[in-house]
Ligand binder design. Structure first.
Ligand code: MSP
Length: 509
């Protein structure tokens, strides 16, 4: 069985410092990367910055900076954010790196040699903010300005010589590809959008620009730079050392398992990207998942609205794990969601402090007082014990299947359910009343410890730092975490030393 897993975030425009939307895509991707790692997969997790194109050139100009200096500075803030978010990424790619240029030029040459590219003239609408060409019927006039109906961004009229990719030729192959790979685009609703867009007819795509210079030059024609999306999408190959197709990374990890992206850039990933790859005779990625937006209030964040949410501010105030937990649990994956201090505080208090933190605290301190800091000896499990311990076994295959469909909501709901059940079990069993029946008291504590262990393993991809603190109770360290061990009801060995736990989450009053 293929136990390699390659996951990517979008590469972010370093036109301004990162915001909550970027943090969201990265945290979600990190969740899957960590989850697959503890399932025994060899994981390659890629993120980075998308540094060419007119948008970046203009941003650099308006800051009075040389584009590469400008990119160096802002790309660093994205790289630093990886650490702040505790991402487990294996690489951070910048499209201004030599390895990437080589890879893009190679892809271009292949497409040209295969006669998939021709020179002509583009005239039509272009949005610099989206770096996208739009058709007439996608444009409307608002207060005297031409706006793209889909993204709401301003468009400008463009007329210039341009190379084109024969996208129209790939329409039926794409439709067949979607049919043969029904889970290539998830969630399902987004897949339907893409399919109806493709069915409505694809035009050839302009893939070079002549009126500015910040980009990778078209091989053999210095007057043109390669369209920034053809450039950017290729990053997913460059990081695996493409064009060296015999390189181990490439052999092991291509095609990518899943590109995690926001719904705003689905067209590029689900239409243009597989079309370029099919045309170049390269296998397309296995999946593209288009998640929703993090709204500020009810609106998408934007600089002009002044409603940008800064992840660093929230982390400074509440800590990283609460933010990671909130984004994964409270934003229904695939849909839009929002974040406010009040909602975040409620979530910290109810799920993290009262439910998880409290469970760990009370079981360990009860164990310390009544048994000592060691794993108790188990007598026989009764029906209540078996029932609560076996939930993990019963749901194991389903959990794995749901995760493989990126069903974060299912995974989180399962955990929250088990937390409630675990606290209820400890209350109902009343071990404090069993001081004369030490065998039963020991067994109850053993079961509670096993459940803390299992839940902490499940929580690891969501709140790695806090879960590791909890797993330290059992001297389990990061490299030892194994998802399969949630099946084991007798993992802990009697007499083994256990450790006290620090307070995991402070209640916010
Ligand atoms: N550079 C391109 C992507 C190239 S990938 C080959 C780009 N960059 S971006 O910085 O504008 O946005 C990248 C991604 O950030 C979005 O697709 C989305 O995943 C995430 N988000 C940006 N704003 C967002 C929200 N408000 N909410 C959630 N995610 C959003 O597009």
């Amino acid at each position: 069985m293929d136990k390699n897993f390659y996951i990517t975030t979008p590469i972010y425009y370093p036109s301004a410092k990162p915001h909550m939307g970027h943090a969201y895509s990265s945290i979600v991707s990190d969740f899957f990367a960590r989850l697959k790692k503890i399932q025994g997969y060899d994981v390659f997790f890629l993120t980075g910055t998308d540094e060419h194109g007119q948008k970046i050139q203009r941003a650099a100009e308006s800051n009075g900076k040389d584009p590469i200096k400008f990119c160096d500075e802002i790309s660093k803030t994205f790289k630093d954010l990886c650490k702040t978010l505790n991402l487990s990424n294996n690489d951070f790619i910048r499209t201004t790196e030599g390895r990437h240029k080589k890879s893009v030029e190679n892809l271009w040459n292949i497409l040209e040699n295969k006669k998939e590219i021709y020179l002509s003239k583009y005239s039509g609408w272009y949005s610099v903010s989206d770096e996208a060409f739009y058709a007439d019927d996608e444009i409307e006039e608002v207060n005297g300005s031409k706006i793209c109906k889909i993204s709401g961004s301003k468009v400008e009229w463009l007329e210039e010589e341009s190379y084109f990719f024969k996208l129209s030729k790939w329409q039926s192959s794409l439709l067949k590809f979607y049919e043969d790979n029904p889970e290539f685009i998830l969630p399902e609703t987004r897949k339907n959008e893409v399919i109806s867009f493709v069915k409505s007819g694809l035009k050839d795509l302009s893939i070079s620009r002549k009126s500015f210079s910040w980009g990778i030059k078209v091989p053999n024609n210095d007057d043109h730079v390669i369209y920034v999306w053809l450039d950017a999408l290729t990053n997913y190959l460059s990081a695996l050392n493409y064009p060296n197709v015999n390189d181990n990374l490439y052999k092991k990890f291509w095609p990518a398992s899943v590109h995690i992206i926001g719904k705003d850039i689905l067209r590029f990933h689900a239409i243009y990207w597989p079309a370029f790859l099919l045309a170049a005779d390269i296998e397309p990625p296995k999946r593209v998942y288009g998640h929703g937006w993090i709204l500020s209030g009810d609106e998408k964040m934007s600089k002009s609205k002044g409603n940008i949410l800064d992840p660093i501010e929230i982390i400074d105030k509440y800590g990283l794990d609460p933010l990671r937990y909130y984004l994964l649990k409270e934003v229904s994956f695939g849909n839009d969601g929002n974040i406010s201090n009040e909602k975040l505080e409620n979530c910290i208090n109810s799920d993290l402090a009262n439910n998880y933190g409290n469970l760990c605290q009370r079981v360990i301190s009860f164990c310390e007082k009544n048994i000592g800091l060691k794993v108790p000896d188990v007598d026989k499990f009764n029906n209540d014990d078996v029932e609560i311990l076996n939930i993990f076994k019963i749901n194991f295959e389903n959990l794995k299947n749901q995760i493989d469909k990126q069903n974060i909501n299912f995974y989180l709901n399962f955990i929250v359910d088990q937390l409630f059940k675990a606290n209820k079990y400890f209350n109902d069993q009343e071990p404090w009343k069993k001081k004369t029946d030490i065998k039963r008291l020991n067994t109850i504590v053993y079961v509670a410890l096993e459940i803390i262990r299992k839940i902490s393993i499940l929580l690891y991809p969501i709140i790695p730092e806090s879960s590791l603190k909890a797993l330290h109770i059992f001297n389990i360290s990061e490299k030892d975490i194994d998802f399969e061990t949630i099946l084991d009801n007798n993992f802990l060995n009697k007499g083994d030393k256990i450790n006290k736990i620090q307070i995991l989450f402070n209640k916010i009053t």
